[in-house]
Design a protein around this ligand. Sequence first.
Ligand code: GUN
Length: 285
Amino acid sequence: MAEFIDGKRISQEIKDELKERVAQLGTQGITGCLAVIQVGSDPASSVYVRNKKRACAYIGIQSQSYELDEHTSESELLELIDKLNKDEKINGILVQLPLPKGMDENKVIQAISPKKDVDGFHPQNVGALVSGLPGFVSCTPAGIIQLLKRSKIEAAGKNCVVIGRSNIVGKPMSLLMLRENATVTIAHSKTANLREVCKRADILIVAIGKPRFIDASYVKEGAVVIDVGIHRNAENKLCGDVDFDQVCPHVKAITPVPGGVGPMTIAMLMHNCVEAMAARIPSAN
Ligand code: GUN
C-alpha cells in the first residue's frame, strides 16, 4: 500500500515550529512584517494572498497588503517596492504572480531587495542557489524537500526526474535535488520519449500543468511520486498532474491533491519570512 505524504500535517508542523520561533524572537524585541502586493483581482491570486496573510497571523507576524488596480502602471508598482525596500519595519516583500499583461515580471522581481525577497525569485537568490551559497529558496521546491526529509525519503544516489522547467518550480527543484545528491534529469514539453525517461525515476516530481497527465505507464514500480499540479476537473473537484487512483497501487509513496505539495508553499514562505525577520539569510531549507 502506498504511503500518502501528508503535506497538510507536515506544513502544520512547520508552522507550529515557526510560531514558537517567532515568539522567542519577540522576547528579544524582534518583530516581523510581510508586505503582500497584488495587482488586479485574479480570483486564484486573491485566494493565495488571503491564505498567506492568514498564515502570517497564525505564526505571529504582521502583514500589510497592497491591492492595486489592474491598470496600475509599472512605475507606480516599482515606486511602491522602492518604498517598502527602504521601510525597516518590513522584512519580506512578495509580489503575487502573474502580473497583468504589459508588466515586465523580471523587472519587478529585480526591484525587490534580495534581503527581502522571501519568494526567492530575485536573480541574486537564484544565483546563490546555483552556487551553493546562502539565500532564499523558492517556496514550492523548498517545501518538496521538506516533504521528502520529514517522510524519511532518501534522495542521495537516487534517479530523480523533474518534469517542468519553470523558474518558480522546475529549475530550483532540480538544483535542490542535486544538492541532496540525487542524479537529476529535467524533462519538459520537448523531451523525447517522456514515458521512458519518467520510468527511470526513483523519485518523480511532476510540474507539467496538465490534469492527470501522468498515468501508471510513466511510473516505475515502487517509485516516489510528487505532484505539484492543481486543477479543477469537470465536476469542480481538485486534481493534480498525476492520475492518483491509477498510479497509487504502483508506488511506494505519493502526494495527494489537495493536501500534498500545496500547503507546503505557504509554510516555506513563512520559513523565509522568519529567516528574514531574524536577519539571517537561510543556509539550507
Ligand atoms: N504565483 C504562483 N505561485 C507563486 C509564488 O510562489 N509566489 C508568488 N509571488 N506568486 C506566485
